[in-house]
Design a protein around this ligand. Sequence first.
Ligand code: GLN
Length: 197
Amino acid sequence: MTVQPTIGVLALQGDVREHLAALAAAGAAARQVRRPEELAGLQGLVLPGGESTTISKLAVLFGLMGPLRAAIRDGLPVYGTCAGMIMLADKILDPRSGQETFGGIDMIVRRNAFGRQNESFEALVDVAGVAGGPVEGVFIRAPWVESVGARADVLAEHDGHIVAVRQARVLATSFHPELTGDHRVHELFVHMVRTES
Ligand code: GLN
């Protein structure tokens, strides 16, 4: 168990800097990850928000698809926000052709699910395991989780839709805590890393 765990942020595309800052504020040593060899020595990994189709394509190009799938399967703690949540779904609805995910959570995710009505909105979300009241959820063309399998726990819902899920060492939220200055969800992830790796 490490006092200050080293946590990577997948830096192919998306809001990488915000996650690096949130992780540092939550007590981790954070660094960018772009290449398979940079996975070595990590105790955890964050998959940022952005565009999952682009992240998927770049992961293939950078040779990260296989190594990351293997790392998650082998128990690396991972937290994905928004596009990152999509990348952690074992199955996605309406993928772009050729779009692949890393998988890790037995859930079906619908891309851009909230986006059809509303490009972007904020809402207070109660997240199981996060004390001190609801977090401000920033939803940007956000996915929701259509259903989860028996191994996954639902941590939060908004408007009757699942927006936060945990399965063992893997955590995913539809929304972006890294954009709010409230570091409690990152603290939950850092706690998972400290206690489970
Ligand atoms: N809609 C985007 C996707 O499909 C996710 C948006 C986001 O990460 N803010 O990847």
